[in-house]
Design a protein around this ligand. Structure first.
Ligand code: LMR
Length: 401
């Protein structure tokens, strides 16, 4: 059987992490995978999350299965936190949710629901996270790209994006990054979100949000303003939420798929389809991460501690962006556009050959599109990256590359 099997292509992000791990050069810099690292290059457990985890462990009385929909307190508290008290409570009967194994499963479940509902096409930003298209293809949807961002620009390619929206058809879906766009760090302004909401409502295109970096851009509520505006305006949406980055729970695979339906009686139908898609895939979600988030969001003191730590992470990312802009300037590079972007990622103006040379000659790792994970720069990374890119840029200009 397996003799005929072709090897699957390596994952563009996970394979890179493996290469970086195997590199023994002391100066190596892994800017590939999106994990928040502190000044010492560690991925810390957030203090409030650790306290919540301890309480969960102390109070645990059973390892029996969770219901297929997951931890009800987690879904309720995270839903309120993501959508905000007013929208969540005001439209509670039209919201539903299912706990998932991280955001990938939430995206996959949402895609399965869309296909079962008759959706065939989903529009995905160009550029986007490289796993979006494979997830949608695996669920039987056709991903089609819409222009979103050109490297070197500060903001979104708004006119081109709006032009593409006018070609979308009734019954299509559009994948939107809630904030801290991966890989560009460029997000629509609140006015642009409002305009987009009207366009999508008029065209009857369903927004499907990927919420993975809330709190790491401008602030928790600020980063979710676009989601809230669009969900309210369109009245029908899917929202995949990750707890990997915002709660630093990466390996606990904690997330949820929420949906808002036009009528309260549709909630049960959507949920039953999401649950049957989960049942034939991973059955039911793991407990620990969701139980910790439920504990944390159920205690105002822990919640405040978590938000303060998230705020410090956000501030540090901003400082690192500024340091990188300054270091780039010293190296003869104008990367000021990085100041206007937010979140863990931005794209550097590098060609594929330069990305490979950075890896081979300098031990600096990033995906071929030039995406860098800003918090992975740590103490000396910004200077080393900027100087290395300065050398490559000089070689290219001098024609000696
Ligand atoms: C990333 O974009 O690096 C993260 O979302 C991690 C992943 O799973 O790819």
């Amino acid at each position: 059987m397996f003799e005929k099997l072709e090897a699957a292509p390596p994952d563009p992000i996970l394979a890179l992490a493996g290469l970086a791990r195997a590199d023994t050069r002391p100066q190596k810099l892994d800017l590939g995978i999106g994990i928040y690292l502190d000044e010492d290059g560690n991925a810390p457990v957030m203090a409030a999350v650790r306290r919540a985890e301890q309480r969960v462990l102390d109070g645990e009385v059973s390892k029996a299965y969770l219901p297929a929909s997951g931890n009800a307190a987690f879904l309720e508290r995270l839903g309120r936190k993501v959508f905000g008290e007013g929208l969540w409570t005001g439209r509670r009967e039209r919201f539903g949710g299912i706990q998932s194994t991280g955001c990938v499963a939430a995206l996959r479940l949402g895609a399965e629901v869309l296909r079962r509902a008759g959706c065939r096409r989903i529009w995905v930003s160009d550029p986007t996270w490289p796993i979006h298209d494979p997830i949608f293809l695996a669920a039987g949807l056709e991903p089609v790209s819409y222009p979103y961002y050109s490297v070197g620009a500060a903001g979104v390619a708004w006119d081109e994006m709006v032009g593409a929206v006018s070609r979308m058809e009734r019954g299509d879906a559009i994948l939107l990054h809630a904030g801290c766009h991966n890989p560009s760090g460029a997000d629509p302004t609140i006015d642009q979100w409002d305009e987009l909401a009207k366009l999508l409502r008029d065209r009857e295109v369903l927004p499907f949000f990927d919420v993975a970096y809330a709190g790491l851009g401008y602030g928790w509520d600020e980063d979710l303003a676009g989601v809230r505006a669009l969900v309210e305006a369109t009245g029908e949406a899917l929202i995949a939420v990750s707890c990997s980055k915002s709660f630093a729970l990466y390996r606990e695979r904690t997330g949820a798929l929420y949906f808002m339906s036009r009528q309260a009686q549709e909630v049960g139908k959507v949920l039953s389809n999401a649950m049957s898609a989960a049942r034939t895939n991973y059955s039911m979600p793991p407990d620990h991460g969701a139980a910790a988030v439920a504990e944390l969001l159920g205690d105002s003191e822990l919640e405040a501690e978590w938000l303060a730590e998230l705020g410090r992470m956000r501030t540090r990312i901003g400082t690192l962006r500024e340091t990188l802009v300054q270091e780039a300037f010293e190296a003869g590079l104008d990367w000021r556009y990085l100041r206007d972007q937010r979140g863990m990622f931005s794209l550097l103006p590098l060609d594929g050959e330069q990305v490979v040379r950075l890896r081979d000659d300098f031990g600096i790792y990033m995906p071929t599109n030039g995406r860098i994970c800003i918090p992975a720069l740590a103490r000396i990374g910004a200077g080393y990256l900027a100087k290395s890119c300065g050398i490559l840029s000089w070689m290219k200009t001098a024609g000696s590359g």
